[in-house]
Design a protein around this ligand. Structure first.
Ligand SMILES: [Zn+2]
Length: 317
């Protein structure tokens, strides 16, 4: 919109129209142009700021969808984690106990994830907290599944050897119940009959007449026979699967080291050699290097009532 200028001419006594010079015209055009550019820029800025482009809108939509999918994934991992926990618990409390496998320490069941910088590369991704937490959960589950799978492999091996194991594990008394005259000392802390001080009694003492047969309580291989300090003449049988038995204070030994023996085979006779106050067999069951109460291993010989009574008698007294 151009303005029209008039100038008063005193000679003609008229108002006359004044036309702008070329310079003024150019200046006016430039000014209009600048104002136009500034206003246009402002409008463009406001519109861009307030409204997303279609591409931005699509990206935002995609991002939202991805985030939801991640959250669902994370929840499903949590659910699977619970199922895995149940499997682990059954494994520890049932299967591994049934097959006498060592418990798996929790440090192996729930291992650490490793260095703190492990997920550094994920810090730059959108929603990095969620992504890192989900990745860490998955990593942990992979490790736990590996441990669980190994545990099942171990149990499978134990099941395969179950038959042999049943024959080998000590499961009867070393003396015939008809010939045994009672238990003079049970398993546990007691006052030693010769030394008079409190000592751990690592087996049970079963009384019988001298010369009464002593039987192998499970299949195995004789590990050693001979004089063994306070035990006097003793026989040690290795039954495999972590089990060993020892028969002390023997009078005669009927087997030699390296010989295979079966459950119920006579291996020695009752005597009172070594630190013994009278004829008896000192019988030990050693499981993976630890002394166990031998009375727990008499189950094949006894009715449940007899077994209960035997356990009661074998408690140290
Ligand atoms: Zn003893």
């Amino acid at each position: 919109m151009s303005k029209i200028f008039y100038k008063y001419n005193p000679q003609t006594l008229n108002y006359e129209r004044v036309y702008p010079s070329t310079k003024q015209r150019i200046w006016a055009v430039c000014r209009q142009l600048c104002i136009g550019i500034v206003i246009g820029g402002c409008i463009f800025g406001i519109v861009t700021y307030a409204f997303d482009s279609p591409k931005d809108q699509q990206l935002k939509k995609d991002n939202k969808l991805l985030l939801t999918q991640y959250q669902i994934l994370s929840k499903r991992i949590d659910e699977n984690e619970k199922i895995l926990e149940e499997l682990q618990q059954k494994d520890d409390d049932l299967y591994r106990i049934m097959f006498n496998a060592d418990p798996i320490p929790s440090s192996i069941r729930k291992p650490g994830i490793g260095g703190t910088n492990r997920y550094e590369h994920l810090l730059t991704v959108p929603n990095s907290n969620l992504v890192i937490a989900t990745t860490a959960k998955l990593d942990m589950m992979t490790k736990q599944l590996y441990v669980q799978s190994n545990s099942y492999d171990e149990l499978t091996e134990l099941i395969k050897t179950k038959e042999e194991r049943i024959k080998n594990v000590p499961a009867i008394m070393p003396l015939s119940s008809k010939q045994m005259k009672g238990i003079s000392s049970g398993f546990g802390m007691r006052i030693h009959p010769i030394y008079g001080n409190a000592r751990m009694h690592t087996g049970i003492d079963m009384n019988a007449n001298p010369g009464t047969p002593i039987y192998a309580t499970g299949n195995g291989t004789v590990e050693s026979t001979g004089w063994d300090g306070g035990y006097g003449y003793a026989v040690v049988i290795n039954h495999g699967f972590g089990y060993k038995t020892l028969y002390g204070h023997c009078k005669e030994m009927k087997v030699r080291a390296g010989q295979k023996v079966v459950r119920g085979q006579e291996i020695a006779t009752v005597g009172s050699t070594g630190d013994a106050t009278g004829p008896h067999v000192h019988y030990e069951v050693i499981v993976k290097g630890q002394f166990d109460n031998p009375a727990k291993y008499f189950f094949m010989d006894l009715t449940p009532e007899e077994y209960d009574r035997m356990l009661f008698e074998a408690e140290n007294r």
